[in-house]
Design a protein around this ligand. Structure first.
Ligand SMILES: Nc1ncnc2c1ncn2[C@@H]1O[C@H](COP(=O)(O)OP(=O)(O)O)[C@@H](O)[C@H]1O
Ligand SMILES: [Mg+2]
Length: 304
């Protein structure tokens, strides 16, 4: 039996008066993977996540969270999903511990269980030393961590995260990535929105592209992916590298490196072999920008 998608969305739309925030969104996200929801500011990502989280009603289309409809089956969906908003709600005077136990109680956990879960989660996100402190003393990055802990209180099977890495320092971003990979390995369906491609590239298995309220059709994404990308090549001997690259179109220098258009991974492997054969001392060889970024730019260029 094929696994049921964690999230299945078809033709969903939602307007706020004259503003069509979400016009036509169709995609699925499988369990056991981290799916990125990528789009520029104003693309409709937050609105879409609110629709998935049953916090907003769609004007049309269908949404299923592990088979449940957020409109008709709101209670089931709320017990299945964990929702991390892009800003932490204002329980400023509660301690970190109380903030989490209160959340647990809201999901119907008995007091001792809620307290134990709170301690476990504070440890998981690295906020144990702030257990008794009011949430208002937390930095932006620490608030993000608490917000994530709150989303995890009831061990959700589907996790919706709205720009979770914004405000996190590089170390905290690595921790977030490890944490999300662990949850995915346990079979959780994870959807992470971001306008920062490099950030998503680190953590996602697959990506859904969104622009002006619409998801971009998969075939268009694949076409954009198959286009030529630039590879960054570095050598101890720049002159030798230039000689070896002479005759190739579109080569451009950047900070001592050479950026070279290459048509796919196979061609990249051939080029590297050729450089090494001609005795060029190559010290760096790899895609100049991440795959998501290349795809995104290509989609924008072709008018997504
Ligand atoms: N409650 C609302 N009322 C009116 N317009 C809204 C509301 N929420 C979002 N919008 C508009 O819908 C569009 C998409 O917003 P949003 O979903 O927040 O995008 P993103 O999260 O991708 O930046 C924007 O033009 C935004 O101004
Ligand atoms: Mg947003």
């Amino acid at each position: 039996m094929p696994t049921e998608p964690g999230i299945a969305v078809e033709g969903v739309r939602r307007a706020f008066g004259p503003v069509h925030a979400v016009r036509d969104v169709t995609f699925t996200a499988p369990p056991g993977a981290v799916t990125g929801l990528i789009g520029p500011n104003g693309a409709g990502k937050t609105t879409l996540l609110l629709l998935l989280a049953s916090l907003l009603q769609p004007d049309g289309g269908s949404i299923r969270i592990l088979g449940h409809d957020p409109v008709r089956d709101t209670a089931a969906v709320r017990s299945l999903i964990g929702w991390m908003p892009d800003t932490l709600g204002s329980w400023a005077t509660l301690s970190c511990r109380a903030s989490l136990t209160t959340s647990g109680r809201m999901y119907g956990m008995p007091k001792p269980a809620a307290a134990a879960r709170a301690a476990e989660l504070l440890d998981l996100v690295g906020l144990t030393e702030f257990t008794g402190r009011p949430t208002r003393v937390l930095s932006r990055g620490q608030k993000q961590k608490l917000s994530l802990a709150r989303a995890l209180v009831h061990r959700p099977r589907v996790l919706l995260l709205d720009e979770p890495a914004s405000g996190l320092d590089p170390a905290a971003r690595v921790e977030l990535r490890v944490l999300l990979r662990g949850l995915a390995a346990d079979g959780c369906t994870i959807l992470v929105s971001s306008h920062d491609l490099a950030e998503l590239e680190e953590v996602t298995d697959d990506a859904v592209f969104m622009a002006a309220g619409e998801t971009v059709a998969t075939d268009r994404v694949q076409r954009a992916q198959s286009r030529v990308r630039e590879w960054r090549i570095r050598s101890l001997d720049e002159a030798a590298l230039d000689t070896a690259l002479a005759g190739r179109a579109g080569v451009r220098p950047e900070r001592g490196d050479r950026l070279v258009p290459v048509d796919g991974e196979r061609a990249a492997a051939d080029l590297l072999a050729e450089l090494v054969r001609s005795g060029v001392p190559v010290t760096g060889f790899g895609p100049a920008v991440g795959e998501l970024e290349t795809t995104f730019l290509e989609l924008e260029r072709s008018g997504a």
